[in-house]
Design a protein around this ligand. Structure first.
Ligand code: RAM
Length: 506
């Protein structure tokens, strides 16, 4: 279904990314292996068959690469055949596309082979890449000449403008760096829409949008861009009104046929957050029926008061842990979104408010009855009664526990071997839950340990996945397709700026 009026509002609000130029800062040789990478600064020299060079742009870029190529020796008597590999982190240059046999497309791997018939030349690659490093490998030239790289320029694109960004005021260098990395992450994902990651999947996902928007309100403050994205989802629902998990923009705006119940429902708090940040009451009123519809559809899925369990990959998101049982978490998401729905209903004076209140009460009762485990003193999910961080976090966000109960529960979890969290997306909700139960000090220490861990590992932008216990974590069957600039991880910019967590640490 297409709501043309919503679509036209959406398109009128979406920005056109601006171009800036970034130059290659230095040339490198990488040696060692993925666990022990050695870097050596190189003088750029003519390259013969088998030679490699890594161009380092000094920071994460999203844009188009132009290479000025030349030669030394005789007039080229054969094409130069080169391989280009783009990497967000050096470790990607030690991975091999041929060895990836996971379940998502190898088409995402950023590498090209090109034949250059005429030298010297200016080569502008047509595709947009996400990278800091570009490796050039000469697959062949001829014995009569060598290839030279005279210049390398990235035409970087983003719709975020650093001139609009106030620096975070803090005396703590780690927090300052975490904030800068978070802002860079958001900046590079702000294209025509809020992309999840500019390497992969390069599209607007609803769950990601909500967290990006929160950081955007504290940083670039591009309210219209959020409005445009909310209208895009609302313009392209399924026939029954359910919102898709993601939207494609090209060649025409179209909803993905992936539906995630948690993402659909999170449209409700995303709309509320937008209203609270922007004060745009017209949008709140116009999109409220779409938001309410998500809660209505969710209600029809309940069976015995809770959502049925499911094992199918992709039936619901919550986190990218493949062993996670999501039944209890989804119930927490429903309750959380019902609370946001109540707030909106009160703001627009919709009489549905009292029905939403009773639905929340019934849901909270069901959550306790079906998932609270007295013996374990925590929520347990699914037939196997799995204990996970996700279930506790979403139960707290759903509002079923008092502050004291929630705080004690999260502390108890630290002494268990519950199924852990693997994405900054779920960690964001963990930090939110800690703030919800008043544990500001712990929230700050989690931020420092988790996002600080990526900084210590050399992150220029924050990653799609980070499991400190397993550096090779990937739900896709290989890290080569992981995204290392993924804006659901820009939480530090939101938490540090909005809650001033470093000021009191309490
Ligand atoms: C992946 C991306 C995206 C996320 C979806 C559910 O494709 O990581 O960010 O929202 O999964």
């Amino acid at each position: 279904m297409r709501n043309e009026a919503f679509l036209s509002t959406a398109l009128s609000c979406l920005p056109t990314p601006k171009e800036t130029e970034a130059l290659c800062k230095r040339s490198l040789r990488l040696t060692g292996n993925a666990d022990d990478i050695r870097t050596e600064v190189l003088q750029r020299a003519p390259m013969k068959k088998g030679d490699r060079i890594v161009l380092d742009f000094g920071d994460h870029q999203v844009g188009y690469l132009t290479l000025k190529l030349g030669f030394v020796g005789s007039h080229p008597d054969a094409p130069a055949w080169i391989r280009l590999q783009f990497a967000e982190r050096p470790v990607e240059l030690f991975e091999s596309a041929e060895e990836y046999h996971g379940w998502i497309s190898t088409g995402w791997i950023q590498q090209e082979q090109i034949h250059i018939d005429t030298l010297p030349c200016t080569l502008r690659l047509p595709r947009r890449y996400a990278f800091r490093y570009v490796q050039i490998e000469v697959l062949d030239v001829s014995s009569k000449y060598e290839l030279t790289v005279e210049n390398a320029i990235c035409t970087a694109v983003s719709s975020a403008d650093n001139a609009d960004l106030q620096p975070l005021k803090t005396d703590d260098p780690l927090l300052a760096r975490m904030d800068a990395v978070a802002c860079r992450t958001l900046h590079n994902c702000m294209q025509r829409v809020f992309e999840d990651g500019p390497k992969r999947d390069r599209r607007l996902w609803l769950g990601d949008l909500r967290l990006q928007a929160l950081a955007n309100y504290e940083t670039y403050k591009n309210y219209d861009m959020v409005k445009g994205c909310l209208y895009l989802f609302a313009a392209l629902p399924r026939e029954d009104g359910l919102l898709s998990a993601a939207i494609f923009l090209e060649p025409e705006p179209e909803a993905d046929d992936t539906f995630l119940p948690d993402y659909s429902m999170l449209f409700v708090p995303a709309l509320l957050d937008y209203y609270e940040a922007s004060g745009d009451e017209q949008t709140l009123r116009e999109l409220w029926p779409t938001a309410l519809r998500q809660l209505e559809i969710a209600k029809t899925q309940l069976n015995g008061g809770v959502f049925p369990d499911c094992e199918r990959l992709g039936w619901c998101f919550i986190d990218w842990s493949l062993e996670l049982n999501k039944q209890a978490s989804l119930m927490g998401v429903y309750l959380y979104c019902l609370k946001a729905g109540q707030r909106i209903a009160a703001l627009v004076q919709d009489p549905v408010l009292s029905a939403l209140q009773s639905r929340w009460q019934a849901g909270a009762d069901a959550m306790r009855t079906c998932f609270w485990d007295d013996a374990l003193s925590c929520f347990a999910s699914g037939e196997a009664r799995q204990v996970s961080w996700a279930s506790q976090i979403w139960a707290i966000l759903g509002g079923v526990l008092s502050e004291q109960e929630g705080s004690a529960l999260l502390q108890r979890m630290e002494r268990t071997d519950a199924v852990g969290m693997v994405t900054p997306y779920l960690y964001h909700h963990y930090v939110t839950a800690l703030l919800e139960v008043g544990d500001r000090k712990k929230a700050l220490s989690v931020l420092k340990a988790y996002w600080g861990g990526m900084v210590e590992d050399g992150a220029d932008t924050f990653w799609e996945l980070y499991n400190p216990k397993n550096p090779n974590e990937s739900p896709y069957g290989g890290t080569i397709v992981n995204s290392y600039c993924h804006a659901w991880s820009c939480g530090p910019a939101y938490f540090l700026r909005k809650f001033h967590l470093d000021r009191d640490g309490q």
